[in-house]
Design a protein around this ligand. Sequence first.
Ligand code: F6P
Length: 342
Amino acid sequence: MKIGILTSGGDCPGLNAVIRGVVLKGTETYDLEFVGIRDGWRGVVEGDFFPLTRHEVKGLSKVGGTILGTSRTNPYEGERGGAENIAKTLADHGIDGIIAIGGEGTLAAANRLANDGINVLGVPKTIDNDLKATDYSFGFDTAVNIATDAMDRLRTTGDSHQRCMVAEVMGRHVGWIALHAGMAAGAHAICIPEVPMSIEEICELVSSANARGRAPLVVVSEGFTLSGMDEAYSDKGLDAFNRPRLGGISEILAPEIERITGIETRSTVLGHIQRGGSPSGFDRVLATRLGLHAADAIVDQAWGEMVSLRGTEIVRVPLADALIELNTVPRSRYDEAAALFG
Ligand code: F6P
């Protein structure tokens, strides 16, 4: 069998480790042939493929980004898009199936293509950890480590000046990165999309930490909404899937905190730094295992399914299961962290 591999959507530390895992197991154990697909679904639609052998994946588990390139192309758009055209393009190149490594948007497209008869297997990735059918997605641990390190740094400068520091992290509409990095860094308040708060509630926590002689650290998720706000803050337009580009809520909060509490306050938006660089050891292992199991799933022709982490095991689930709803932070997890606020 000849299999195409693509990475699509936002990049994520661990993508290359999946590619290496698939190719090593697939070629050495099963004698499969692989091609890389350039820039996600764009490469499928345009037939942009190149041979992917053991040689191309050597040393990749520690390398950030993706050697395949990525995009947010919708495979159903454009003259050459749609399941019928794609089936023809794949047949012309002798490709029997696709491994699509991606998040919500990518897996939704993969699921639709699978329902339309294309052989697709999914591998979940996202720093946001917002996919339902996997306990953790690779990339999340790395993002949390980067954010934690950044917050440790913000705390030393905050302590020196007795300032309140507001650190904004990614995560779209779920608060996993904020919750984990905030807990790890000892934040005095963590603001996540799942739990709207008023500016007064945030300021109470800031003032209480300040009254104990601490320089307050507020961690805010980019998708956080202040009580009364209808939707997450966005002033950067829409992405290719027509979703608002998030980011900037900390710049709204910081001056308000300073005005209400009288404590000098600074904001920092961590942004894409959270997605860059080498994957953590945990993410390298998770991503590699997903790749190895994806090769097994190809041999079993588990099209329309996705490899996923359940507890400590890698299992297969229908692609549709990943798309039912977002993997949000449960109230109980937020309450654990909230016991440490203020
Ligand atoms: O989904 C991953 C993610 O990094 C989100 O946390 C963030 O909102 C978004 O992608 C940013 O996307 P872009 O790279 O298009 O700016």
